[in-house]
Design a protein around this ligand. Structure first.
Ligand code: PEP
Ligand code: MG
Length: 591
């Protein structure tokens, strides 16, 4: 065998942005993005085509019934009823008779006939106005898609076709897709687009699945079944590796896993420096299901619970009761450690494909987060009620995202106060002194930090957004990802300003942006006086190891030196030198 080629084709080495650590080796599953076209086809045996159609209707009925049952289990009878409309459609004799008649008369394939017919019904309904009719249109489209998929024996979603553990290769992913990709089936991800702080990247880290993003053009070059190596530590991806490369990476993977294993011994030890300075090391999570992983990695509570994932998971807003159950469950599971619920931070790249009606030129600067919540009290109030109801054991805090000034903070606190009084009047037990904090993730919040600090209980610095706004670099755009670096002197100065403002006002300052879990940044942040590091559970033990290996005094010196650097390169070079000297065995060096 040629050492540069395997049997199937040419070996290709690509470099992207390492977005979730670990090394994956396995077969590719290529995401198909386009729906197959439905063309008319003449059928010789129209009777059997009708039979095929009836079988597809029966199968669709069984599918919908199953979905209804699982919806009832998860969400309750009321929500499950939406599927009754789908079942009624599937039992609609007129629709079935009409379709049958057309198949027999036109001698065309059933999928084409059903599509035409549903389109006709939808068109005639669209001519009439009304929200109810819109809902009917959506129901009809959903059901006809299901029937067609069953006729073609297609699965409901592309990711449901994944059977064996594979590496998913896609142009890009949405957070709601990523949420459905379970670690049992997905060994790793590789995408053309995206950046380290794209939300599916954050999710991949939470799931512990290696990911490289921003590869530019891997998707067009792979076939399902190709062998792929994804090095989430370095950003290197090897398509159709040689035998030597496979051996090399299997070894690297083994060493990496051994290192990870050894870190778990630190689980029950505090995040304390050699000279006794202790900080809080908590976890960022998106779903209640991650509580076990975070506990296993030794987190002291949850520094950021991204509540918007409740919405992204179901593609609809959960009711107050559903939210209450979720929040209370999490608060109970980690008691007495605290959990910080961040109110819905939808918008930006966190929009479900289904609900993303308004295309915006600059969604990250648009209708998102606290802006959308203040504009829609129907969403905001039930969420605040649910959080407050879950706070009775006093280990719950609330945090507002994307605050850009005092007006927004005061408005959000005003809604919270209103909801609090309502609950107290209703006699509901809540934490009357519930701590209220904000994400500091806009440059204006940093500039106003002195004032903001006097009206909140804590700050949590969101470097993912703060970096993109300070440097004017889109966090999800691979074409500028080389410019996106939180280790920029301007970002560092923003962080220092925020920490100092917090200290002056006597409130605690943490960080839940990805920078807090970046091994290169930890010592600088510690030295700047950060009191809480909220990080993805997978990197938590590594961060703890770093903190436990140094004195606070030394970290202060490192921070001081870092603040003297004039460029990102200088800063990066300096801190890499320090880290290489002190921590030769960290996974970041497993390139
Ligand atoms: C941040 O911006 O740093 C942050 C933690 O929030 P998100 O990544 O959810 O925007
Ligand atoms: Mg943010």
């Amino acid at each position: 065998m040629n050492s540069n080629k395997n049997q199937e084709g040419k070996t290709i080495v690509l470099r992207g942005v390492p977005a979730s650590p670990g090394i994956a080796i396995g077969p590719v599953f290529r995401k198909e993005t386009k729906d197959l076209e439905i063309r008319p086809r003449t059928v010789t045996d129209a009777e059997s085509e009708v039979k095929r159609f009836i079988q597809a209707i029966e199968k669709t009925k069984r599918d919908v019934e199953q979905t209804r049952q699982s919806a009832r289990k998860k969400l309750g009878e009321e929500e499950a009823r939406i599927f009754d409309a789908h079942l009624m459609l599937l039992e609609d004799i007129i629709v079935i008779e009409e379709t049958t008649k057309h198949i027999l008369k036109e001698k065309k394939n059933a999928d084409f006939i059903i599509l035409e017919m549903m389109n006709r019904i939808v068109d005639s309904m669209r001519e009439q106005e009304g929200g109810y009719l819109n809902q009917r249109v959506a129901d009809i489209q959903d059901v006809s898609q299901r029937i067609i998929r069953n006729l073609r024996k297609e699965k409901r979603f592309w990711f449901e076709e994944i059977q064996a553990p594979t590496i998913v290769v896609a142009p890009d992913l949405t957070p709601s897709e990523a949420i459905h990709l379970s670690p049992e089936k997905v060994l790793g991800f590789a995408t053309d687009l995206g950046g380290r702080t794209s939300h599916y990247a954050i999710l991949a880290r939470s799931l512990g699945v290696p990911l490289v993003v921003g590869l530019g053009k891997i998707w067009g070059q792979v076939e399902t079944g190709d062998t792929l190596i994804v090095n989430g530590n370095s950003g290197k991806v090897i398509l159709r590796p040689t035998r030597e490369q496979l051996e090399e990476y299997r070894l690297k993977r083994k060493r990496y896993l051994q290192f990870e294993e050894s870190l778990l011994n630190l689980k029950d030890l505090p995040a304390r420096t050699l000279d006794g300075h202790q900080v809080i090391l908590s976890a960022n999570i998106e779903l209640a299901a991650e509580v076990d992983i975070m506990k296993k990695h030794g987190a002291q509570g949850i520094g950021l619970f991204r509540t918007e994932y409740l919405y992204l998971r179901e593609n609809r807003f959960p009711s107050e009761e559903e939210q209450y159950q979720e929040y209370r469950g999490v608060a109970e599971a980690i008691y007495p450690d605290p959990v910080i619920f961040r109110t819905f931070d939808l918008g930006g790249d966190k929009m479900s494909a289904d609900l993303d009606h308004h295309k915006e030129m600059n969604p990250f600067l648009g209708y998102r987060a606290i802006r959308a919540c203040l504009d829609q009290p129907d969403l905001f109030k039930p969420q605040l009620r649910a959080i407050l109801r879950a706070s009775s054991r006093r280990n719950v805090k609330v945090m507002f995202p994307f605050i850009s000034g005092l007006e927004e903070l005061r408005a959000a606190k005003g809604v919270l106060e209103g909801v609090k009084s309502e609950l107290l009047e209703e006699g509901v037990s809540i934490d009357r002194e519930l701590e209220v904090g904000i994400m500091v993730e806009t440059p204006s919040a940093v500039v106003m930090a002195d004032l903001l600090a006097t009206e909140v209980d804590f700050f949590s610095i969101g470097t993912n957004d703060l970096t993109q706004f300070t440097l004017a670099v889109d966090r999800g755009n691979e074409r500028v990802s080389h410019l996106y670096n939180a280790l920029h002197p301007a970002v560092l100065s923003m962080i220092k300003g925020t920490v100092d403002a917090g200290k002056k006002a006597g409130i605690w300052v943490g960080m839940c942006g990805e920078m807090a879990g970046d091994p290169l940044a930890v010592l600088i942040l510690l030295g700047l006086g950060l009191q809480e590091f909220s990080v993805s559970p997978m990197v938590l033990p590594e961060v703890k190891k770093i903190i436990r290996s140094i004195t606070h005094k030394e970290s202060r010196q490192i921070a001081e030196e870092s603040l003297k650097m004039h460029t990102t390169d200088e800063l990066q070079g300096y801190i890499e030198g320090v880290m290489k000297r002190k921590f030769a065995d960290l996974p970041i060096w497993f390139k």
